[in-house]
Write a protein that binds this ligand. Structure first.
Ligand code: 5AD
Length: 358
């Protein structure tokens, strides 16, 4: 049934909408096995059998936005924290000492000058102490001027998820203040600044169709994105979107959602080829060895969390978020070796797509 699709992949022909749809709806185990063999071949040829690590630092869960799905939204009552500059340097040092030359600084969304200049100051300081450390920011929607200030202070990469390419669905999961057009505008601004740009979506949002997911992947290409981070949507009980569906979020649903997320990674690898794709925490939360499964499905980046445990517990984007215990990087490395992948210790691992376009 999939002979035509597999031939296309084998011959390196450009995939079309209907091919991506076939990948996302494939379900026979034999076909899936063949698909994942092609994915591995593509991954090893385009980005190699390497996995790049990024040390994730959750800077603060203070957020001015009220997104309906998110556990750290402004309207949810949780303990709020902000780590100090000293803590940030300490965690960055931990990352560097682990032979990981790349950090991701993530935080709830704030646009006040105090926050903007704090980040600017920290970036300069970090780059001064660790000149070779690659810094990714994941700090939400900002003005062009702010993006430029942070780039000027040393930020190298920026992650900003579009969450869904379906404008109507985007509207359903966000309050009015969060606009799809502005999100797109931010991505375009980032793209013309010196950043390597990442985006992504949540998979399995209520009301999301498989056609939406195909459109998501087509949009990544249209936006000429360098990095992709996407994962399953996991209902959070204290959110407007999650509270009514969490009871129905059972084992069978989780398994199906993990499968769908893996197929999304596979389709992105086959279609976009030279981009970096993360095997995300959300995937690792829903499935044992989710990180490894994501890599097997075509991802090449893992972001272990380096935030202090006492803060990490309050950075609850969704229920049961994985990584509340220390990671065992040795264990991770062993499991990766078993699937023929090696951790690229000490390598910055910039997106090949970014290198190719510059
Ligand atoms: N389930 C999965 N991912 C979530 N995010 C926020 N809330 C959830 C959730 N309930 C993701 C969003 C956001 C990123 C920081 O975390 O995609 O961009």
């Amino acid at each position: 049934m999939y002979r035509k699709l597999f031939n296309k992949i084998k011959n390196g022909e450009e995939l079309r909408r209907e091919d991506i749809l076939s990948i996302l709806t494939m379900d026979g185990w034999k076909d899936l096995e063949t698909l994942y063999q092609f994915v591995q071949k593509e991954k090893w040829e385009s980005v190699g059998n390497k996995v790049y690590l990024r040390g994730l630092i959750e800077l603060s869960n203070i957020c001015t936005q009220n997104c309906y799905y998110c556990g750290i939204r402004k309207g949810t009552k949780i303990d709020r924290f902000s780590i100090s500059e000293e803590n940030l340097i300490e965690y960055a040092n931990k990352v560097v000492s682990s032979c990981i030359p790349s950090i991701v600084i993530q935080s709830g969304e704030r646009r006040d000058e105090e926050f903007v200049s704090f980040i600017e100051y920290c970036l300069k300081k970090i780059k001064n102490i660790f000149p070779d450390l690659m810094v990714t920011l994941s700090l939400g929607e900002q003005t062009e001027e702010v993006y430029q200030r942070w780039a000027g202070a040393g930020a190298d990469r920026y992650l900003l998820r579009i969450e869904t390419s379906n404008r109507a669905l985007f509207k359903k999961i966000h309050p009015r203040e969060v606009s799809f057009d502005n999100r797109l505008k931010c991505l375009k601004v980032l793209r013309k600044t010196r950043y390597q740009v990442g985006t992504g979506v949540m998979i399995g949002l209520p009301g999301q169709t498989v056609d939406d997911l195909v459109s998501d992947i087509l949009m990544f290409k249209e936006l000429d994105i360098d990095m992709i981070g996407m994962g399953p949507y996991i209902p959070h009980v204290n959110t407007p979107l999650g509270k009514n569906i969490i009871a129905k979020f059972d084992e069978a649903q989780k398994i199906a959602l993990v499968e769908k997320s893996l197929k999304m990674i596979a389709a992105c690898r086959l279609y976009l080829k030279d981009v970096n794709i993360a095997s995300t925490t959300a995937l690792n939360t829903l499935s044992n060895d989710g990180f490894i499964k994501g890599i097997k499905a075509g991802a090449n980046v893992i972001m272990p969390n380096f935030t202090d445990l006492k803060y990490r517990k309050s950075y609850n984007l969704y229920q049961g978020k994985a990584g509340v215990t220390e990671y065992n990087l040795g264990e991770l490395e062993k499991k990766l070796l078993e699937i023929g992948e090696k951790i690229a210790w000490g390598e910055a691992g910039s997106s090949l797509h970014f290198k190719n376009r510059n």
